[in-house]
Design a protein. Sequence first.
Length: 194
Amino acid sequence: MENEVKEPALKYNYISPEAYLAAERTAGSRSEYYDGHIIAMAGAGLKHNRIAINLYREVGYFLKGRYCGILPADMRVSTPLQDAYMYPDAVIVCGEPQLEDDKFDTLLNPSVIFEILSPSTGSMDKGRKFFFYREIPSLKEYIMIDTLRKLVIVSRRQPDHSWAFENIAEEGALRIQTIDFTLTLQEIYDGTDI
């Protein structure tokens, strides 16, 4: 079909985490790593970028001078077993950032991860990525923001380590519990015409 959106292609030749990192650090484009396999990342559209800018601006301003900070999409995140390396659209880290090595480009202790869902990556963000993100002990909230309609899906780690989900739509507001901050969906979607 002409308008069919395809999920990024998975390359099935196994590669070690060390080989992935060595190649990724010299590559001209970004790729993610899942259990020995690499997925090339697609570029982001206008709505995706406007949502990202709104997050960086609003959350960044709130966190200025505080214990936590927000990092953009270039900060790679790894799981404890090094079975996945991913590039979230934004990350909040509280306290001192813990990094994998002396290259300072792979974060180990995100507190909140944001993914901005696109038609081509939404199913992966809701499935495969969340499967690996939940392995990260420091992660408290996983927030997915839709680019087709005003909808935010929040997953929060519970005291028993299960995950509770909340859907926020239309004129609602997103409360980021980890930093005790609330954003309206209007602020998140500002300038997107959604």
